[in-house]
Design a protein around this ligand. Structure first.
Ligand code: 9MR
Length: 390
């Protein structure tokens, strides 16, 4: 069952609007007026009913007071970047290591921030004991279900959205090999994981999460087919995470990404599913120049606008707090500067673009009546190569 965006958006919109209104009235009535700090992204997003999140680092970064201050000031949601994955949280068959994820969950709760869980089944960051073992189908189902009970059960009631399965679809026709497709079978293991996650945390919205599915391409279609099949089998899935690891060149025109995202989001809405932007970043070849920073700002604007306009999107999560906390330079040598704040936590043009959009978003254009094009004039669908390929 998909979450009603309207409920979340209406409540938070009213609260956010009141907060801004009260601030305005107080400034207007007071004498002499004191300079008000500009609203934070978190405040601006709340006024639009939008969860704006960031991937949250583990120690030692998590203990840095400046990091904590910026994270909790600018964002209303967090995702554990690494610490809820199998390897970090389940390092030995009978050992769970919850300390880092507990600390992240506590920081978010203490600051009235929502939390996304990431993830319960993936092909990467698995512990050696899992990947080096050979498991019968029943043994593997038992392992997966016990893990979900332990991890999703521990944080039950505190996670708004769980990425139950991450990146199940391969780059070609085959499923992405992982311990679960090998032992349980594909797509059966997804069904097992989602059913168990629903039992372990009935209040969490359950998501399938993947990269390169934001804009039309064959792999986006393969993921859509997988998810549609799950819905058809009655698997308890509530949404799809569009990771959105983009590049400065991802949006060739000022509307191409908004339009493309809305198209992809609409077909999930037709299945009754939510879409969240779960790992947004926009990589630039280093060093980034002013033109690239301006084009990066427009990519961010287009993605956030799509979520504001789509009836089934209310969450945008960035994959890091600042350029000092980004996976990009380590995985794509020569690329970086991918987030809204620079390495000294200073706002970049992309920050200003997102703030301006959230402060005064354009209205969704009224649908125009179109005459169906004749088959000979239909343009080929845009083929967009995923920016991140594993
Ligand atoms: O940002 C994460 C990085 O710190 C890890 O080393 C890496 C390991 O694969 O995973 C990164 O996060 C990934 C996320 O879990 C799933 N989507 C792709 C992300 C970037 O690789």
């Amino acid at each position: 069952m998909a979450r009603s965006r309207g409920r979340h958006r209406t409540l938070t919109s009213v609260a956010g609007s009141l907060a801004l209104l009260v601030g305005t009235v107080l400034v207007g009535a007071g004498a002499p007026a004191q300079a008000q700090p500009p609203p934070t992204l978190r405040e601006l997003a709340a006024a639009q009913g939008l969860h704006l999140g960031a991937a949250v680092a583990g120690p030692p970064t998590l203990a840095d007071p400046t990091y904590r201050e910026v994270l909790t000031r600018e964002f209303s949601m967090g995702t554990s970047e690494n610490d809820m994955k199998w390897g970090p949280i389940h390092p030995a068959p009978d050992t769970y290591a919850f300390a880092n994820a507990d600390a992240q969950a506590a920081l978010l709760a203490d600051n009235a921030m929502a939390m996304r869980g990431h993830n319960l089944a993936w092909h990467m960051q698995n512990p050696d004991w899992l990947t080096s073992g050979t498991w019968t189908r029943d043994e593997a189902i038992g392992l997966l279900e016990d893990h979900i009970d332990a991890v999703a059960g521990r944080y039950a009631g505190r996670i708004v959205e769980w990425d139950v399965v991450n990146e199940a679809v391969g780059l070609g026709d085959d499923p992405w090999p992982n311990p679960w497709s090998a032992s349980i079978g594909y797509p059966d293991y997804l069904d097992v994981a989602f059913h168990r996650a629903r039992l372990a945390d009935p209040s969490a919205q359950l998501f399938y999460n993947d990269f390169g599915i934001e804009l039309a391409n064959p792999r986006a279609d393969a993921v859509y087919d997988l998810v549609r099949g799950m819905v058809g089998r009655g698997v308890p899935i509530d949404g799809v995470g569009f990771q959105a690891h983009l590049s400065v060149d991802s949006c060739p025109t000022p509307t191409s990404c908004t339009d493309g995202l809305l198209t992809e989001m609409a077909r999930y809405e037709a299945l009754g599913l939510q879409v969240s932007i779960t790992e947004l970043d926009v990589a630039i070849p280093l060093p980034a120049d002013a033109d690239e920073l301006a084009r990066q700002a427009d990519v961010y604007r287009q993605v956030v606008l799509a979520c504001l306009w789509a009836p089934n999107c209310d969450t945008v999560v960035l994959w890091g707090v600042s350029d000092a906390h980004s996976w990009i330079p380590g995985f794509r040598p020569g690329w970086g500067a991918a987030l809204l704040l620079d390495e000294q936590y200073q706002p970049k043009p992309a920050y200003d673009a997102v703030a301006a959009l959230l402060a005064d978003p354009p209205a969704l254009p009224a649908p125009t009546t179109t005459v169906p094009a004749s088959p000979t004039t239909v343009a080929p669908a845009a083929q967009v190569t995923p920016a991140f390929t594993g």
